[in-house]
Design a protein around this ligand. Structure first.
Ligand SMILES: O=C(CO)[C@@H](O)[C@H](O)COP(=O)(O)O
Ligand SMILES: [Fe+2]
Length: 228
């Protein structure tokens, strides 16, 4: 699968969200960070904003829920028009039931791991998911430095996906930029969230294309992608 870029609107101007969403058309996804000031110490947006964004752009919405009780709220984001819904395993009471519900409602189901959460206890859940998100910063804020110490977890997750012969995607989120995206791709990521590295640039659409090119070149040279 080709590398996919998902610009995070957390780094956009919230007073001009429709324009900012249009500024990255050509991206594979638009990453929407939902924060509730409980699961993370920051507050962003909710279902009504996602409904409005859905009407403002043709780019599919990749909703990253950093909220408590995703079991209750995640289905509402599918109804609001999200094409992919990511919940945090640390917050979910019943991750398998929730993933099945998201899929049954017609969206891609994805599960996120904070930096201190290992992948190994969740190996058996992977077939229930369309994507696994390895956080490469502590969730809560854009513009943080990439955590290199997450690279081994990305590698181990890619190995598990290969071991089970799954088609699922592996997303990285946090500090992904022109300086770090190649390391992520080499380690096995194939969906890249980038906030400040896209919206912090003069030409966000060109930044998306540049990141995609770098990721694709690094993937082509990576051993995990041989035969893909
Ligand atoms: O989920 C989060 C932060 O919790 C991210 O999606 C950030 O919005 C990414 O921003 P950058 O680190 O790329 O600036
Ligand atoms: Fe995110």
């Amino acid at each position: 699968m080709a590398a996919q870029i998902s610009p995070s609107i957390l780094s956009a101007d919230f007073a001009r969200l429709a324009e900012e969403a249009k500024a990255v058309e050509g991206a594979d996804w638009l990453h929407v960070d939902v924060m509730d000031n409980h699961f993370v110490p920051n507050l962003t947006l909710g279902v009504p904003v996602v409904e409005s964004l859905r009407k403002a752009t043709d780019t599919p919405l990749d909703c990253h829920l950093m909220i408590e009780d995703p079991d209750r709220w995640a289905p509402a984001y599918v109804d609001a028009g999200a094409g992919s819904v990511t919940f945090h395993v640390e917050a979910a009471a019943a991750p398998v039931r929730l993933a099945r519900e998201i899929r049954a409602k017609g969206a891609r189901a994805s599960m996120a791991l904070k930096p201190a959460t290992p992948i190994e206890p969740y190996e058996d859940l992977l077939p229930e998911l369309d994507m696994l998100l390895v956080m490469t910063v502590e969730p809560g804020f854009g513009g943080q430095a990439f955590l290199d110490i997450m690279l081994p977890k990305i590698r181990r997750t890619r190995e598990l996906i290969g071991k089970h012969g799954l088609e699922m995607w592996l997303q990285v989120d946090g500090g992904v930029s022109a300086d770090t995206i190649e390391r992520c791709a080499e380690a096995g990521a194939d969906v890249f969230v980038a906030g400040s590295a896209v919206y912090g640039k003069e030409d966000p659409a060109a930044a998306v294309q540049g990141l995609r090119r770098q990721a694709e070149e690094a993937t082509a040279a990576a051993s995990w992608a041989c035969g893909h």
